[in-house]
Design a protein around this ligand. Structure first.
Ligand SMILES: N[C@@H](CCC(=O)N[C@@H](CS)C(=O)NCC(=O)O)C(=O)O
Length: 274
């Protein structure tokens, strides 16, 4: 007897990532989860009229629909009749569906894992994404960088000297802790979406502040953080993705390289900043 044909449920459809074309931005945190899982997804970054799709979502005339409030800003995920925004919220939805968190149920079920993993992802997004954005836009997101260069330099000095070591030191401590389990991963001895977020955040900071990251590497204070970075980069699906045309170059997004903000080693403290 042949197996009964599976009914296509409303959610048995490709994921749709709605994000600005032209730079990886915050969309990349979602993209990497979809890529690592080999998920079926579409991406406005590569779609004809992708920009129009983003603009129609965030249009001030958009009031959403019967169930979904309108999003304020991308990344946005559409999955069947669900439309959600906010990077970490999207990852919270995708994590269990893509197998990027331990199962909540079953004999070895870990129902609290999702919230621990989400905490790690949020922390990486706070310090190594949102604060990086503020290094070139410390005064106002609606002003050009050129209109806030002086403040950007002050902010970058503080980022490189204090904030970057603090966050790298924090993740080094997480990786040294028992809850991280065996191997290079942040939680439970297995890859989760928090590892992908940390990888992408470090990749972006490396583009923006190569001198500071180089100093952080040679300090030897964050060995486990860079080991995690290398381990994610070597995941077969991630490696294939990074070499593909789907991976976009950094360009005028969150992670920008301004040589005048790329402060050198002497701005990095010698200790781990814990
Ligand atoms: N906290 C939000 C921030 C979203 C966000 O700032 N998106 C950017 C692109 S990465 C944007 O288009 N912002 C438009 C705006 O803030 O006006 C998240 O993590 O998704």
């Amino acid at each position: 007897m042949s197996a009964p044909k599976r009914q296509k449920s409303a959610k048995d459809v490709p994921y749709e990532l709605i994000y600005w074309p032209g730079n990886p931005g915050r969309g990349e945190f979602v993209r990497l989860a979809l890529e690592e899982a080999g998920a079926d997804y579409t991406d406005t970054a590569h779609a004809e009229k992708g920009m129009d799709q983003v603009l129609s979502q965030i249009d001030t005339e958009n009031v959403g629909d019967n169930s979904n409030p309108p999003p304020l800003a991308p990344p946005i995920l559409r999955h069947g009749d669900l439309v959600i925004s906010q990077t970490s919220n999207i990852l919270l939805y995708l994590g269990p569906r893509l197998g990027l968190v331990p199962p909540a149920e079953g004999e070895d079920g870990d129902p609290d894992a999702l919230y621990r993993i989400n905490g790690l992802a949020l922390t990486a997004l706070d310090g190594l994404c949102n604060e990086v954005h503020d290094t070139h836009h410390p005064m106002a997101a609606s002003l050009y960088y050129e209109d806030q260069k002086e403040e950007s330099l002050r902010k970058s000095k503080d980022f490189v000297k204090n904030r970057l070591p603090k966050f790298l030191g924090y993740f080094q401590r997480v990786l040294e802790g028992k809850a991280s389990g065996d191997g290079p991963w942040l939680y439970g001895g297995r890859l989760t979406y928090a590892d992908l977020v940390l990888f992408q955040a470090i990749d972006g900071v490396t583009f923006a502040f190569p001198k500071a990251i180089s100093a952080a590497k040679t300090s030897g204070n964050y060995l486990y953080v860079f080991r995690l970075y290398d381990a994610v980069k070597e995941r077969p699906k991630i490696k294939e993705y990074l070499a593909s045309k789907r991976r976009q170059n950094y360009l005028n997004g969150i992670y920008r390289h301004y040589p005048e903000l790329d402060l050198d080693e002497e701005n990095m403290p010698q200790s781990s900043g814990n």
